[in-house]
Ligand binder design. Structure first.
Ligand code: UFG
Length: 322
């Protein structure tokens, strides 16, 4: 299939592009390289540089590549940044997304896989979180992702677009060739590994007085390769005529606390990791764990790298090989 991957030079986008190529798809990456990296785009994928908000450029790119499906991953994705700069999130995530949808309509592309987020749930009332639980984002990042999901419903009804929204929990880990490199880095696992490698000082634990088993926040970490697999399955289902849907993407189970992540990283890397305890980070829910029964049943998705050791080892191997 010819697939157009927006944000395919980013962390998860480049892994998705790699997995789609490995399955024989023809992949075009559309990315403005504002956060992504040219060298993250896998060999074999064609890179078209462009801004999501540039309708003329998008039209030309879609005309040139004639995709049968779009995977839309280009977005701003930092919760904290979204609190202080919501305008950027509305512009890129919502206006950019709508510009893409309009360009798809004009080009006659009707299948879309969308990178959504657990942040659509806000502070969940219960765990594990199911797709039909209330959505009540507590930050502009989650709000703009949810607004786009809702637009997809209406566009689907009116224009026949079929879309699968994948609500990622905590994306982590690396493929042998692509991993996480944000600047500045805010995510726990790369920060912990940078500390293990001596590339930064102590890791600050943001609060140890949460109602969890050791007082630190608990999250559901899901390997980038497993996320990528879900995109491939969603694309195949849409090609087979599956209806639009939203799915949680997490491994479920007991999740892992911040302290458990740090302890596992120390064991896997064989390094000591200096730690200090600081204040809570505004907006952090205590616990986020996915119920992922729906995607397991509907698409047959199974996380193959759910062990935290494997996730951390893959990220460490990638980081130390660069
Ligand atoms: N944390 C620390 N110290 C750090 C960095 C993080 O203690 O230096 C803690 C955070 O407070 C949080 C946990 O580690 O409790 C995980 O934090 P991340 O920043 O790695 O990830 P988040 O859970 O905040 O965010 C993730 C995704 C978002 C998504 C959110 C909610 O990155 O895109 O889950 O689903 F919106």
């Amino acid at each position: 299939m010819r697939v157009f991957v927006t944000g395919g030079a980013g962390y998860i986008g480049s892994v998705v592009a790699e997995v789609l190529l490995a399955r024989g798809h023809a992949v075009s990456v559309y990315d403005d390289l504002s956060e992504g990296h040219r060298d993250a785009v896998p060999d074999g994928a064609r890179l078209l540089e462009g801004d999501l908000l540039d309708r003329a450029r998008l039209d030309a790119a879609l005309r040139e590549t004639r995709p049968e499906a779009v995977v839309h991953m280009a977005a701003r994705c930092q919760v904290g940044e979204s609190m202080v700069n919501p305008a950027a999130y509305y512009r890129v995530n919502l206006l950019g997304g709508l510009t893409l949808l309009d360009a798809m309509r004009a080009a006659g592309v009707t299948r879309l896989v969308f990178s959504s987020t657990a942040a659509v749930y806000g502070e969940p009332a219960k765990q594990p979180i199911e797709e039909d639980d209330a959505t009540a984002p507590s930050n502009p990042y989650g709000e703009t992702k949810l607004a786009f999901e809702r637009a997809l419903d209406w566009y689907g009804q009116a224009y026949g677009v079929r879309a699968v929204s994948l609500r990622y929990f905590n994306a982590a880990g690396a493929s042998p060739r692509a991993g996480e490199r944000h600047d500045p880095e805010t995510h726990l696992i790369p920060i912990v590994l940078q500390a293990a490698a001596g590339r930064r000082g102590a890791v600050t634990i943001f609060g140890d007085d949460y109602p969890t088993r050791d007082g630190t926040c608990l999250r559901d970490y899901v390997h980038a390769l497993d996320l990528a697999e879900a995109h491939a399955l969603a694309m195949a289902a849409l090609a087979d005529g599956a209806p639009s849907a939203a799915y949680n993407l997490g491994c479920g189970g007991d999740g892992f606390t911040v302290r458990e992540v740090i302890d596992t990283a120390a064991r896997v890397t064989g390094r000591s990791i200096p730690v200090s305890v600081g204040a809570r980070r505004p907006g952090d829910p205590a616990t986020l764990v996915a119920a992922s029964t729906r995607i397991r049943r509907a698409l047959g998705w199974r996380p193959r790298h759910a062990a935290l050791d494997d996730i951390i080892r893959s990220a460490w191997t990638w980081m130390t090989s660069r």
